[in-house]
Design a protein around this ligand. Structure first.
Ligand code: NDP
Length: 450
């Protein structure tokens, strides 16, 4: 291993020893940019690796809120402003009980590279809270969002830091957050949050963007690697949230058959193809559990999660699209997918494959589209939302969707260029990391020691 990488990794592991997800994400990037580091020894003098792995700022804060019984609860809020090298800090907010500093840092770190790959001027950040919105009333969610924003507002702004949604933060939460920001600032700064509702500054196709973008990326990959299309392909998609639902919708539009989806309780399998209207009703309208699908759709089955290996990855599929959460594909699950003849894997979620699973796919010649490239359509469309807000203008659904498609093709081509230049075969993970890193290192040197 390159000595500079080895030394940086060693220090990083010591300094962040209680942050396994962050170490995992940083290690993957550092190891995969070795050809670049070997070619450009001046990076060491400029301290590029040390600087790119140290967040510019981490903000943590108390979020007190009152539940419907009048009891006061306290959660912890985070915002990790990792890098504004190429644009204002930008990245989603996650409300989930698993949220901690390690998860926030890994997501913000990944976001720097993802945002760079889009070719748009946006930096990297992430935030959220260990608040669990499941089972909470609308009023409780509103009070929590208001309290969260009462601290966050002083750290964000349309040219400073622009949050959006992620797990547990959808249009409802963004609406409450935006309302509180507006009240505190007494100013309508539309571009301070993205993922807004269409009636007050949101963008057409933002809701669909991450899922659609994933399928556009995989369309390019299938064509390049196999000269094939989605037509007739069997697809399995984990999760049944924002990313999963719209990946499913576009896959069906391209003639694929999606046979399984999941949530944190388990997965449903429908050999006739998932009825997406039923999923949308359960998840988007009723905020229910996916097992209800099996009661509604005859012939379908529900498999409960019993071990750490999600049952969805044991189902035979051509294309696997993990769209739920980090480390949801274990080595064991990767082995099952490969044994069942999976053609390609596309990450809708951030870092859904463990390190060992990623290595296994690559070693077995399975193209794995990494999240930072394949799910970048969401943040790219958020940047398009920011542009529309600045122009005080709306683009049509078709206009935004066409731009999204172009951006996904651009990201795919950037990965291909890195593959050719560094002879990476079908290692899209390394290709995405190298492609973004080159641009970031150039910007860092140009801006001096800041
Ligand atoms: P949602 O909250 O809309 O949906 C998340 C889905 O994943 C739900 O079905 C949820 O089930 C499931 N899930 C969450 N945790 C687990 C778990 N531990 N095991 C199994 N299933 C789980 O989130 P999104 O769809 O927005 O986000 C999904 C992923 O995509 C995340 O990794 C996110 O970072 C990434 N992403 C999202 C973008 C966006 O634009 N929204 C952009 C880029 C990436 P349950 O309801 O039971 O919790």
């Amino acid at each position: 291993m390159n000595k500079y990488i080895e030394k940086t990794l060693d220090t990083l592991k010591k300094k962040n020893s209680n942050e396994p997800e962050f170490i995992q994400a940083a290690e993957e990037v550092l190891l995969s940019v070795e050809p670049l580091i070997n070619n450009f020894p001046q990076y060491e003098k400029h301290g590029i690796l040390e600087r790119i792995t140290e967040p510019e700022r981490i903000i943590t804060f108390r979020v007190p809120w009152t539940d419907d019984n009048g009891k006061v609860n306290v959660n912890r809020g985070f915002r990790v402003q990792f890098s504004n090298l190429i644009g204002p800090y930008k990245g989603g907010l996650r409300f989930d009980k698993s949220v901690n500093q390690s998860i926030m840092k890994f997501l913000a770190f990944e976001q720097i590279f993802k945002n760079t790959l889009t070719g748009l001027p946006i930096g990297g950040a992430k935030g959220g809270s260990d608040f669990d919105p499941k089972g909470k009333s609308d009023n409780e969610v509103m009070r929590f969002c208001q309290s969260f924003m009462t601290e966050l507002y002083r750290h964000i702004g349309q040219d400073v830091d622009v949050p959006a949604g992620d797990i547990g933060v959808g249009e409802r939460e963004i609406g409450y957050l935006f309302g509180q920001y507006k009240k505190i600032k007494n100013a309508y700064e539309g571009g301070v949050l993205t993922g807004k509702g269409l009636s007050y500054g949101g963008s057409f196709a933002r809701k669909e963007a991450t899922g659609y973008g994933l399928i556009y990326f995989m369309r390019e990959l299938l064509s390049k690697e196999f000269k094939q299309t989605f037509e007739g392909k069997i697809v399995t998609i984990s999760g049944s949230g924002n990313v999963a639902i719209y990946a499913c919708e576009k896959a069906f539009q391209y003639g694929a058959k999606v046979v399984a989806m999941s949530d944190s309780n388990g997965c449903i399998y429908d050999k006739n193809g998932i009825n997406l209207d039923v999923i949308k009703r359960i998840k988007e309208v009723e905020r229910g559990r996916i097992k209800e699908y099996a009661d509604i759709c005859p012939g379908s089955e529900f498999y409960e999660n019993s071990t750490e290996d999600s049952p969805i990855w044991a189902i035979k599929t051509d294309i696997a699209l993990p769209c739920a959460t980090q480390n949801e594909i274990s080595l064991n699950s990767a082995k099952k997918l490969v044994a069942n003849g999976v053609l390609a894997v596309g990450e809708g979620a951030n870092m859904p494959a463990t390190e060992a699973a990623t290595e296994y796919f690559i070693a077995n010649g399975i193209p794995l589209a990494p999240g930072k490239a394949a799910n970048a359509g969401g943040v790219a469309t958020s940047a398009i939302e920011m542009s529309q807000n600045s122009m005080r203008y709306y683009m049509s659904f078709d206009e935004v969707n066409a731009k999204l498609d172009n951006i996904m093709v651009y990201i795919f081509n950037s990965c291909q260029n890195a593959i050719q230049k560094y002879n990476l075969k079908n290692n899209y993970v390394a290709a995405a990391n190298i492609s973004a890193f080159e641009k970031l290192a150039t910007a860092m040197i140009a801006q001096g020691i800041v």
